[in-house]
Each structure stands twice: as C-alpha cells, then as structure tokens.
Design a protein around this ligand. Structure first.
Ligand SMILES: [Zn+2]
Ligand SMILES: [Zn+2]
Length: 330
C-alpha cells in the first residue's frame, strides 16, 4: 500500500506493507480521505514528527476486515478519531481527557495519510461512528476538528446570549463561529484577511477586520484560534472585565508574556482547550449531520500523490484547509 511519511523535511509517498488483522481484535479500514490538521502542520514545521512518521488523523474510511463485538460490519463507511481516554486516571476524572496518558498513547496505525489503517477495538467502541448518509466524505472528515471546537465551547461554560469574539478566521475560526451560533451565543469574528472576513459573513455571522472592531465592543468570552503574536493584545483589548479567554491555538514563539496584572485586576479567566472527548465527538457529528455547522466550501481536495503541495499550500495560507483524497478513483 501507499503511505505518506515525513522524510528530510518533505512528505514522501512510499510503499509499505499493508496492515492485516491476523488474530487481533479491531478493524482494517481503507482510507477514503483524510483532512490535513493544523497540528500536522505544526508537527511538520517544528520537526516534532520524526522521519518515518505518518501524519493525519481526520479520516473517513471503509471497513474491509473486522473482528469486534461492535455493530460495525465490513463495508461500513465510518469516521473515527485517533485518541481514546482511559476514563479512570486523575486527568479523566477531572474532565481533562486530552491530558490522559492512554489518550496520548493511542493512535491510528500507521496514521491517516495511509491507504489502509488498523483501528483497535477500543477505537471502534469509543470514537468511531457510521458516516451519516447525507454528508460527503469531505464534510464528514470535519468530525474530529469540529469535536475539538465543541470541547472549547463547552469548556467556556457560557450563558445563553453571551457575546463571543473569535480571533482568527481560518477553518477552525469559521467552524468555531458557526458552532457558537448553533449553541445560541452572539458571535463576532475578526481577522486581517478580507476574503476570510467575507467568508464568515456569508454564514450570516458578524465579521470585522480586526483593526476596525469598534473600540467599545466587549466580549464575555474570546476564542483565540490564531496564534499570531498580536492576537493576545486583541483579546485583552476586547474582553470585558471578568470575562474568559479560551486559548485554542499554538503560537510559533512561546514567548508571549503572561499578562499577570490584567488577569489579576480585571478578574479574567484564561483557559486552554486541546483535544476532544468521545462525548464532544458525538456532538460534533450531530452538528454536522443536522447542518448546524456547514463545512462545504472550506476544503481544497488533493490527490494522495500531491500531498506535499497540500502541505505547502496550507503553510502559505493559499487555502483554508486541505483534504487528501487517499483512495484514487479508478
Ligand atoms: Zn485534527
Ligand atoms: Zn485517563
């Protein structure tokens, strides 16, 4: 089978042995497609992913072999996430599932950018779902990224009708804005790129150039989907006293100073949100299935052999989000 591996600062498509179930429980799935996540880009640029790593985790796939007590069958098209919490450790008991050791250790084997993937029985039981019939493969591939967003929205624990500001309108910002609207909050988005501002407006959501946000605008909660250095200043300017800032992006230089006095005197709450729990994922699929969050027109599709270009175009901001069509149509 073909896999895409990190090698010498490139993404190379290579031949590898096709995984087999043999006597294991779980399933072998044929990957139809896989979204390219911002976290894949970060792992690639900052060389966190060692040579030989297969990135990708936002898969839509067809079961080709299975040994499991779940109701899944050969031929089912599913979505799945890669990490599974243990449910028992100190992190899980406090709701910080994405800090769980088991969560961090579980993964797709070898990774989403691969023609075939082995899924453990735990994946099938906890984080895999049938792809809703009304969704295209590309739309369904947003199951995991939207799960991260559901988590961020829930961690903010807002009141009905609260004013929220989304800083950064890449694919995650656009999805976060739509999810906030679906949950009944007032949403404003901001960015520097006019096409992105207009794109969010096309969903009937307020969006501004960040330099043109009214000075007296104040949000109850701000979602930081941009890791740009200036985003922190924007958040501090537009958060109301006593408000919350959800940190929902990594930043290229981790030297952002910690605004001690603003947090103290203004009673701000700053919280991080990382990766979704099985419940967040279930809710994500429901938002997609019911069309409350619309994800068509966000992804650009690439052939598997063109995966390097997908990485390049994402890094240069030429596109919002890449979807790698792993299965070729012949
Ligand atoms: Zn992702
Ligand atoms: Zn745990």
């Amino acid at each position: 089978m073909k896999i895409a591996v990190v090698e010498n600062e490139r993404i190379l498509v290579k031949e590898a042995e096709t995984p087999r179930l043999d006597n294991r429980r779980g399933a072998i799935v044929k990957v139809l497609g896989c979204g390219l996540c911002g976290s894949d880009i970060v792992k690639f640029i900052h060389k966190i992913a060692k040579d030989g790593t297969v990135l990708g985790h936002e898969i839509v796939a067809e079961i080709v072999d299975i040994n499991s007590d779940t109701f899944f069958q050969k031929g089912d098209v599913i979505v799945t996430s890669h990490h599974i919490p243990c449910g028992k450790c100190v992190y899980c008991r406090h709701g910080n599932v994405s800090m769980c050791r088991h969560f961090k250790e579980t993964n797709l084997a070898p990774g989403g950018f691969s023609e075939y993937v082995y899924l453990s029985d735990e994946h099938l039981q906890n984080v895999a779902h049938l792809k809703p019939e009304n969704l295209t493969d590309v739309e369904a591939s947003f199951y995991e990224p939207l799960g991260c967003i559901v988590r961020a929205v829930k961690r903010a624990n807002l009141l009905n009708g609260d004013n929220t500001l989304v800083v950064g309108l890449g694919s995650i910002g656009v999805l976060t804005s739509q999810a906030l609207k679906a949950y009944g909050y007032n949403v404003t988005g901001c960015d520097l790129i006019s096409e992105r501002i207009e794109f969010l407006q096309s969903f009937g959501i307020n969006a501004f150039d960040v330099r043109k946000l009214p000075d007296d605008y104040k949000a109850d909660c701000i979602f930081m989907t941009s890791g740009a250095d200036k985003a922190v200043g924007t958040a501090l300017k537009y958060i109301r006293n006593g408000g919350k800032i959800v940190v929902f992006s990594s930043t290229p230089h981790d030297e952002t100073s910690y605004p001690n006095n603003e947090i103290y005197y203004r009673e701000l709450t700053v919280l991080g949100s990382y990766s979704p729990s099985p419940d967040d994922l279930k809710e994500s699929l429901e938002l997609l299935r019911t069309g409350q969050v619309k994800v068509n027109n966000i992804s650009t599709e690439y052939k598997f052999d063109d995966i390097q270009k997908a990485f390049d175009d994402t890094m240069s901001n030429r596109i919002m989000k890449a979807y790698i069509k792993v299965k070729s149509d012949e």
